[in-house]
Design a protein around this ligand. Structure first.
Ligand SMILES: *Cc1c(COP(=O)(O)O)cnc(C)c1O
Length: 392
């Protein structure tokens, strides 16, 4: 495809596709070789070098979606996160991270960084109306050794929004590299490069895969930054198998359509939930009552498919989840099917009740990954589960 910027659906469907020269089939062939010629070739290919034909093709699609020069695909979101972080952090360096982070990223930092001599600071100031204090809290956390600022927006589970432009401007002033986990928004709803963020990370297990059947990760950035990540990546070995690369390419053809359907359902459900007497509060950046709705509107093209809501204390969360018939109580998120989980029982189970309360996570908090089913059917399922749970 030419370099003229195409629409999102066209990028999803076509960018990076491989031509089937032999049989003229409509879709990209899968090249499963783990052994390629080294003589008379321009590129020495090997799956762990992230440069098989299918890996390269899918990387182009992801770069085109994020508007970056280059991209890489990994075996999981955490392979992408860990390789990227370690590529830019040396012994003695310091990193500033947003406090409200994906659990796996948080664990990587607190369990592993000390032995590499990497210092870290989690910033305060996130939560209610976070953006208004975010500049000062990030600025205060910066030291002369700070090499990276790492953010996630919207973040799990309270859908807090971080001001990307503010963080990028602050970091530039100090010559610091910025990284974002853009998983919850997907490239359809948010393109952090436009706001000055340097490196964009995705768990492709989520909206890129979209069908709850793939584990993969991706990083999009300038060629210079990708080269640096590649240098470490080939040593750490977190590449993705070509069979899964092909499945991910197939899934991504419908990503823009899927994400827009998720957006539409979540928008409708968030305002509907907000009006129910059984729901104490709803966290969704698309709601005008969200403390950072204006900021979300400025930096997002759609508000995403993730909603969190809190049941009133008289409704038992576990009974509510068991009473659901359509919505599946299930780990992970971003599949075409609606799923729900309790952060208290899963992602935040290891925290003490006091720590959870401090982070605003109650036992009645539900993290709801809105699917693409008909909205009325989702509402009906929630209604019947609430009614049944109240009666018990
Ligand atoms: C799931 C997830 C990850 C980790 O991705 P894996 O593919 O499970 O390794 C990272 N960040 C966010 C926001 C996620 O939701």
């Amino acid at each position: 495809m030419s370099t003229i910027k195409k629409g999102l659906n066209t990028i999803c469907t076509h960018v990076g596709e491989l031509k089937d020269e032999q049989f003229k089939g409509a879709v990209s062939p899968i090249y499963l070789s783990s052994s390629y010629a080294f003589m008379d070739v321009d590129v020495k290919r090997y799956p762990r070098y992230f440069n098989t034909p299918n890996q390269e093709a899918l990387s182009k699609k992801i770069a085109a979606l994020e508007g970056t020069e280059s991209a890489m695909i990994f075996g999981s979101g955490m392979a992408a996160v860990s390789t990227t972080l370690l590529a830019f952090l040396n012994h003695g360096d310091h990193i500033v991270l947003q406090k409200s982070l994906y659990g796996g990223t948080y664990n990587l930092v607190v369990e592993e960084f000390e032995k590499y001599g990497i210092q870290y600071t989690f910033t305060d100031g996130l939560g209610e109306g976070a953006s208004r204090s975010v500049e000062t809290s990030f600025a205060k956390a910066i030291t002369p050794q700070t090499k990276v600022i790492y953010i996630e927006t919207p973040s799990n589970p309270l859908m807090t929004i971080t001001d990307m432009q503010m963080v990028a401007t602050l970091a530039r002033k100090h010559g610091i590299i910025t990284m974002i986990d853009n998983t919850f928004a997907s490239p359809i709803n948010q393109n952090p490069l436009e706001f000055g963020i340097d490196i964009i990370i995705h768990s492709a297990t989520k909206y890129m895969g979209g069908h709850s059947d793939i584990c993969a990760g991706a990083v999009a950035a300038s060629q210079e930054h990708i080269d640096r990540i590649w240098n470490l990546g080939k040593n750490l070995g977190g590449s993705l198998s070509d069979m899964t690369v092909w499945m991910l390419e197939r899934s991504m053809k419908t990503m823009a359509i899927r994400v827009r359907a998720h957006n539409e359902n979540a928008n409708e459900l968030a305002s509907w939930l907000d009006r129910l007497p059984e729901i104490a509060s709803v966290y969704y950046p698309g709601l005008p009552s969200h403390p950072d709705h204006a900021l979300a509107k400025k930096q997002m093209n759609g508000f995403g498919g993730m909603i969190s809501f809190e049941l009133i204390p008289s409704i038992d969360a576990e009974q509510f989840m068991r009473a659901l018939q359509l919505i599946k109580p299930s780990m992970s998120l971003a599949g075409v099917e609606s799923t729900i989980l309790s952060p208290t029982q899963t992602s935040h189970a290891l925290l003490s009740p006091e720590e959870r309360a401090h982070q605003g996570i109650t036992d009645g908090l539900m993290r709801f990954s809105v699917g693409i089913e008909d909205c009325e059917d989702i509402k009906e399922d929630i209604m019947q589960a609430l009614t049944q749970t109240k009666r018990q």
